[in-house]
Design a protein around this ligand. Structure first.
Ligand SMILES: CC(C)(COP(=O)(O)OP(=O)(O)OC[C@H]1O[C@@H](n2cnc3c(N)ncnc32)[C@H](O)[C@@H]1OP(=O)(O)O)[C@@H](O)C(=O)NCCC(=O)NCCS
Length: 285
């Protein structure tokens, strides 16, 4: 998915949601599962009124915060599109405001090394490391023959796709309805495809803004892996991007997700230097 967010945010990738991989400067990136050992223990959700309305007030000139999934106690931090880079003092003000609003933990989107510096100075530490890969869309591998039909996802398919997502990803990175909607809205246009009908065994969301594509989300049911389904979904998206005159596509994947890394490299993606990090800190003073 995805570092700084964009104003249309929530948009994971381009957005402010590390689930889909929030990226800085509106660059959507795909996030994936996280090693449970790397995930800080998450406190129970306190029973209180939803905080979504008050979170907006926590934002600063260059940073915005958004509810993380349906948690009241964790919030995403993303840069506002077109805004200047935040400095550590501004980030610390945001941390204090988030604390006052009842948020106990902040999580950034996927940040480039340059974007990480002010957050590190404000006490954020690495939550997750991500590879960033790109493809120039020139040579596309043949699409494998697979046992399920790739078809357009309708609204009625959202719940089943999210069920696949829940089986494919660790709890911390699972998408909920809002995250899926954000992923679909993160770019100027998006392609949402599912595999199969009853049941759905995989899905992919690929977005396009201008001549750039973003592989936002990909999941194959654990019971149907190594049958070419992931490759078929990715290639379907890459061909769609090429028909729309895109000239490159990017994706990110957690360091340690060898299945995804191997799949992308096999399909011709190349690793970009530097990589990305999702950062986190508690709001304790
Ligand atoms: C990554 C994922 C989508 C792959 O789906 P899949 O349908 O099993 O992948 P495919 O069968 O199309 O695999 C194509 C090629 O990718 C590579 N690959 C896929 N899974 C692999 C694994 N577990 N180990 C090593 N290589 C793997 C292989 O080269 C494979 O070809 P082969 O089977 O002929 O050796 C799936 O494992 C998944 O949903 N994982 C959890 C969610 C996730 O990580 N999504 C991606 C986030 S960035």
């Amino acid at each position: 998915m995805t570092s700084g967010g964009d104003e249309r945010a929530g948009r994971a990738a381009a957005t402010d949601d590390p689930r889909v991989a929030v990226t800085a400067r509106g660059l959507p990136r795909l996030t994936d599962r996280v090693d449970a050992a790397d995930v800080p223990p998450l406190p129970r959700v306190p029973a209180r009124a939803p905080r979504r309305t008050t979170l907006a007030a926590v934002g600063t000139r260059s940073l915005r915060v958004a509810a993380w999934r349906e948690r009241d106690d964790i919030a995403l931090v993303a840069t506002r599109s077109g805004g200047r880079a935040p400095d550590p003092a501004e980030i610390l003000r945001l941390v204090a405001a988030a604390h006052d609003a009842g948020v106990t933990r902040l999580v950034t989107g996927a940040l480039t090394p340059g974007e990480q510096a002010p957050f590190a100075a404000a006490g954020f530490t690495v939550h997750d490391r991500l590879h960033l890969l790109s493809h120039d869309l020139r040579d596309l591998a043949p699409t494998p023959e697979v046992a399920f039909r790739i078809r357009r996802a309708g609204r009625a398919d959202h719940a089943a796709a999210l069920a696949v997502d829940a089986r494919a990803f660790e709890p911390f990175w699972r998408l909920d309805r809002v995250g899926l909607r954000d992923a679909l809205g993160a770019t100027a246009s998006a392609r949402f495809r599912v595999l199969g009908s009853d049941p759905i065994v995989g899905y992919a969301v690929i977005g396009r803004s201008g001549d750039r594509g973003y592989l936002q989300r990909l999941a194959v049911d654990p019971g149907h892996r190594r049958q070419g389904l992931g490759a078929a979904l990715v290639l379907d998206g890459l061909r769609w991007l090429r028909r729309r005159w895109a000239t490159s596509v990017v994706v990110n994947t957690q360091v340690g997700n060898d299945a995804a890394l191997s799949l992308y490299r096999r399909l011709g993606f190349v690793l970009e230097p530097g990589g990305l990090c999702v950062l986190t800190r508690t709001t304790d003073p």
